[in-house]
Write a protein that binds this ligand. Structure first.
Ligand code: TNX
Length: 474
């Protein structure tokens, strides 16, 4: 079988030819590895050529060279004499241009150092977009000069009463630069019109009073969490109770300022406006809001992204939809996402029962949620982007994103054990050839995954040692 010979690479490259001869011994400083950029190939593509006497990594662009270096790092082996690489020729290019991870720094605030660590981990797997969820009911996490009370009054706490925090603009710029150096585009999200309880803690006349739904009330009782109280920090994690005031002009003055500052800070092309779980908002108001705010983002010079619910409204032309339904979608969710495509937009796939990094992998796992089911590693690997949404043509799929919501993820160690190893599965789905191709198969993936733990251990990164995988001794 093909996979028995597959090298321990994730995501698996497009073409790998094992060479002949003795391995190449590497100098301590990698001085014998030649790297260069040769324009002309596909964006982000690269080649690697290792013989017994030489090693060369050629990127079609700077990102391609960076990805070639990430692959090369996975090829390096060790023995008593030091480091070596076996002869091999690789030609590689990504399947999708958008390969994202999301980090929610609103439910639990995670600061610059943790975010940089998240970038290190993600970029090593060739993810090229970092979506930052910057605001939610529990806190506002980015400095906004024109509305300073957002961070002064509404960033002090996290879910469960844990400490909060926020990113200053300089912090944000530091993250942008760190991400750019690792070829990751930052996608900022200001979640609207729901998930805005924190806005009302800072500016009460911008938000509606909480609208409680039955699920929220039952869940809060089960978890022993308080219900949201207008104007007070919210320490629980029930959703769907908050909204900005949609039928007043002041809200749009506020949003023009906030989204304007975020757009000005951010060099990338995208601005995510949320749009999910506005459960207490009348449909007419929601539709009016989405139409207006996606157009506003366009006027600010950015491409709007919104969660799939927004596709049921008249989103601005070209708005990108992010699907978070199940791999076998509820018909309503599938219909909503088609709205983006009908208006010239594309789709990012984040199927919650496979790509959600915050779901527990097993029932007694110490962190994580379970609303989309348990997601063992094998299930996280078990999906094919072109097979989720029947009426979305393949060329309308921009890519794949793996979100990490942080209701329960309080520490960097919690983040590690939720994202690894399942982020590696999403990386392969986003980069490698489609399901059914050689190596894009659980037996191959899981055996290659077992070897990756060496690299993670050497980098000081934690992971969940799933019993489904035969892990290499580290
Ligand atoms: C659903 S996915 C949400 C988030 C929660 C998450 C927890 C989405 C667009 N909304 O508000 O944090 O579930 O898994």
């Amino acid at each position: 079988m093909v996979f028995a010979n597959a090298l321990p690479l994730i995501p698996y490259p497009r073409s790998v030819t094992v060479g002949e001869g003795a391995p190449l011994r590497l100098a301590e400083d990698d001085a014998d590895v030649v790297t260069r950029i040769e324009a002309g190939g596909a964006p982000e593509s690269y080649t690697i050529d290792v013989t017994s006497s030489s090693a060369e990594i050629i990127g079609a662009d700077a990102a391609g060279l960076f990805y070639g270096q990430q692959t090369f790092a996975q090829l390096v082996e060790h023995d008593v004499q030091g480091r070596f690489v076996a002869p091999v020729t690789i030609a590689d290019a990504p399947r999708f241009p958008y390969r994202g991870v999301m980090l929610d720094i609103a439910r639990h605030f995670h600061g610059v150092e943790v975010i940089k660590g998240y970038i290190d981990r993600a970029s090593s797997l060739k993810f090229n977009h970092l979506h930052l969820h910057l605001s939610d009911d529990q806190g506002w996490r980015l400095q906004i000069d024109s509305w300073p009370l957002l961070t002064e009054k509404a960033s002090g706490t996290s879910a469960l009463g844990d400490p909060g925090g926020f990113l200053s603009k300089d912090d944000f710029r530091e993250i942008l630069a760190y991400a750019a150096a690792r070829h990751m585009v930052v996608v900022p999200e200001i979640d609207l019109p729901g998930h805005t309880h924190a806005v009302g803690v800072a500016y009460p006349d911008l938000t509606e009073a909480p609208v409680l739904n039955d699920h929220l009330v039952t869940q809060a009782a089960e978890l022993g969490q308080d219900l949201p109280v207008d104007g007070e920090p919210f320490l629980g994690w029930g959703v769907g109770h908050s909204s900005v005031r949609i039928r007043q002009e002041k809200t749009y003055d506020f949003l023009r300022d906030v989204l304007g500052e975020v757009a000005e800070l951010t060099p990338g092309p995208y601005l995510h406006i949320g749009g999910d779980e506005a459960l207490g908002t009348p449909k007419e108001d929601y539709d009016y809001f989405i139409e207006r705010v996606t157009s506003m983002v366009r006027e600010l010079g950015k491409t709007p992204i919104a969660w799939h619910e927004a596709g049921a409204a008249e989103v601005a032309e070209g708005t990108i939809g992010q699907f978070w339904g199940a791999r076998t979608p509820d018909p309503g969710h599938a219909a909503a996402i088609e709205g983006f495509v009908a208006r010239g937009g594309t789709v990012i796939l984040s199927p919650s029962d496979a790509a959600y990094l915050d779901m527990k992998p097993e029932a007694d796992f110490p962190v994580g949620l379970v609303w989309a089911g348990l997601i063992p590693v094998s299930q996280s690997y078990d999906w094919e982007p072109s097979e989720i949404l029947e009426n979305v043509p393949d060329d309308a799929i921009l890519g794949v994103e793996a979100p990490l919501w942080t209701e329960t993820a309080r520490t960097a160690a919690d983040i590690d054990r939720l994202i690894f190893p399942r982020a590696a599965a999403q990386a392969e789905i986003a980069w490698s050839r489609q399901a059914g191709s050689p190596e894009r198969d659980w037996d191959s993936f899981s055996s290659r995954l077992g070897a990756l733990s060496r690299l993670w251990a050497a980098s000081g990164w934690g992971w969940y040692a799933s019993p489904e995988v035969a892990w290499a001794a580290v």
